[in-house]
Structures are given as C-alpha cells and as structure tokens.
Design a binder for this molecule. Sequence first.
Ligand code: ATP
Ligand code: MG
Length: 466
Amino acid sequence: MLKKLFQSFRSPLRRAQHPRSTPEVLSSRQHSLTHSQISRHAVSVVERLQKAGYEAYVVGGCVRDLLLNYTPKDFDVATSATPEQVRAEFRNARVIGRRFKLVHVHFGREIIEVATFRANHPQGDDEEDSNQSSRNESGRILRDNVYGTLEDDAQRRDFTINALYYDPSTERILDYARGVKDIDNHLIRLIGVPEQRYQEDPVRMLRAIRFAAKLDFDIEKHSAEPIRRLAPMLREIPSARLFDEVLKLFLSGVAEETFELLLEYDLYAPLFPASAKALEQRPEYAGSLIRQALANTDERVHLGKPVTPAFLFAALLWPALPARVLQLQDRGLPPIAAMQEAAHTLIVEQCQRTAVPKRFTIPIREIWDMQERLPRRHGKRADLLLENPRFRAGYDFLLLRESAGEETDGLGDWWTDYQEASDSERRAMIRDLSGKDDAGGAPRKRRRGGNRRRRGPQDGAPSSAD
Ligand code: ATP
Ligand code: MG
C-alpha cells in the first residue's frame, strides 16, 4: 500500500496523458473517416459481432492511418467477445496464440485480426502471488492476458493516436486519450506515465521511432525524454521479437529516417552493437555504406520491388568485418579463413540481439563470400559467377561498397559491362585481365607492412583482394 502511495508521488502525473473513462465522441461530421474506406470484411466482422450482442470496433493503426490519408496495412477489430465467442460466430475463424489468444477471421487473402478487450496489470498487483508475477523487477510486463472493458483496452494501448475506436454502424470515433488532437498536431505521445510505459514494454521505444518516421510526426517531449536513458532495456527483449521489430523499422519505406532517429535516441547500439561500434570507429565509411543501403531499400519499397532482409543485414554488418578480419589475420589466420571466421562470429553475435533466421543468415554469408569471388574472373570463373543465383545480390552489394568509397579498381563497372557484353566481347574482357593481380589464382598472402594497414580498416573491404 505504502509502496503504491510513494510510487504515485514519484510519477509525473501532471504531465501524463491519462485516458478518461468517458471518451470524446466524434460524430461522422466531426471527422474525415468514412464507412467506405474501411475494409468491407472488417465492417462485416464488426457488424456480425454487434448483432450477436457484443461490443466491437475497428481500432488502432488503421483508424490512425485513414485519418491521415494513408492506406492502412491491415484492419484490426477489438471486441468484448472472448476468442471462443468470436470463433463461434464465424466459420472462417481461427484462434491463434496460446497465452494471449487472438482470432484471425479469413476472407480469401485478407485476414481480420480480432482481439478481445484487454486490461493492464496494475503495477504492484503482483505482491500477493509472486509465483504468478506478471511483471519483472524493472516493471516489464511478462504476461498480458487479462481481459477487460473498452476503457481498460484504451488505457493499455501504447500511443494516443493508436487508441481510437471506430464504429462503422454509427460512424462515430471514440477517443479516450485525445488521440485526434495529437493526430492534428503530429505528435507521438504515450498514454500514461512515459517512463513506466517504456519499462512495461521497452519495444514501445522502437514503436515511437517507427511511427515518428512513418508518419513524419514529432515525439512529444515527455514521451521522448526517457528514451535515451531506458534504451539499454532493449537488451532484455527476446531476440525473435526484436528481429520482427527491426524488419518493421527498416522495411517500411522510411528506413533512412528511421536510422537517424535510432541513432539520435541511442537505440541503434542495443540492436546492432557491432555495427554501432564500426560507425563510431569509421563514421564516414560505415555511415555512408549503411545510409546508401537504406536509401536503396526505401527506393525499392516505393517501387514495389522485393527487398530481402539478408541484403539489409549484410550491409548493416559489413562495416564491422574489416577490423575483425585484420585481428584474426594478426593472430596468424590466412585471409580467407579470417574472413570466414569473422563473418561467422559476427552473425552469431548479431543473432543474440535479433534472431535472424537461417533462411537469411545463409544468404548474408553468400553475399559476403561473393565479394571475395567477384575480383577473380579468369578462365570460366566469370561465367560461373554469372550463373550463381546469388550473383545479382553480390553485384549490387559490390556497387554499394563502391558508392561508400571503397576502392575496387573499377570492378563494379567491369561487371556491369560484362553482363551486357556479347560472347566474343566477354572473351576479350577476360583476356584483357591477364595482367591483373586479382584475376584468378589462389588468394594472395597478406602483405606485410603499410599497404594493408592503409587500405584495410580505413577505407573499406575486409576482402582479401585488397
Ligand atoms: P502498423 O501500421 O504498423 O500496423 P499499428 O498501430 O496497427 O501500426 P500494430 O503493431 O499492428 O500497430 O498494433 C495494433 C495496435 O495494438 C496498435 O495500434 C496499438 O494500439 C496496440 N499495440 C501494439 N503494440 C503495442 C504495445 N507494445 N504496447 C501497447 N499497445 C500496443
Ligand atoms: Mg496494424
């Protein structure tokens, strides 16, 4: 009891955005959202649940995005019905999740996610039953599986702009946390006491950055203030969840802006420690390679072209390789072995932070290996490389390295020409290589002395073909 009292003294209550138990109700004339903008499947789910006597609303990101004239990624529904009650209403519904159950209602390729209203576990509630604790010592919520009322559900959401409930049958929006005002003012604001809400779930710090970048909003100052201080808490988050978040951060079309914000709020280092260290040690080279990779990713996303997380991770981690390769070479490993070992440990370490699945770690290695092979073009090697399914990614990666200032003796241009050349031109190009150092053969022994030192860690590639 006393603990709770003191906690409330410590909390900056006056500054916090506390949800009200009665929402502001916006009639259809007071907002721009129309019934026809909502997925008809989401509308039919809501109407069906309402007909069955439950409360149901379209909620979250889709309401926010539509008010801002963005196309929502998907449509979520929140309801007073339990998952079993929801499932009983639909033939095409599946309950997913074990601890926290959700229902997916399938309409062809569209899935409407239906969540039962949830409540926060109030802080300090765990004392009676420490075995069933829903929070850890730092306040992080471990279980989030208590059902609640609509008001509870609004309160447990992260940002005011994400706590808007739209009822398609009345066309009204229920706004419990002044989210519409924050949308008008372009502000990301946590509901409740910011420090406590980040402690409950540190991933909310990443979500604040993601929405700020995606919507081009500012993070309201009290919501921004604790982030740098609490950034190290990301280390406690399961690596699989962080991997998913990183993909959302970097594959949403605003990766460049997101990266700058992650750096500004000290959130990049807990996600990518080795890459952050390389950025510190070689800001110009690492910064330009990473920024260029992110700009290319954004461009591809906007053009609707596929993007692979493997290429992205290959680029984010590449600047961390040279120092490690050199270290291993100094311990006596030959160049190729040093590169293999450095690549392996770098990826293993990264997976401890963000669990990169094997289907991506293998192509990361292949893209890096390709950097070793692209300079060696003699005989049939160039043609064999062209046929390699990873050639395109390896070649794009080479161009990326060059754009960051790596000196490759025109290798990128050579490969560009080679791809466009006729058979006879190709043979001539290979003949012309004869004099070149790295045209074929076994990897050269590391040179002792100045050259390696100058070109190794300072301006580029961990490649043995330096
Ligand atoms: P996006 O456009 O990226 O899908 P979104 O706001 O819909 O954005 P989701 O991750 O789909 O984000 O989550 C749906 C809703 O669930 C959010 O709008 C928010 O209300 C709530 N939510 C999601 N994650 C959290 C969290 N970590 N803490 C509190 N509420 C959350
Ligand atoms: Mg969503």
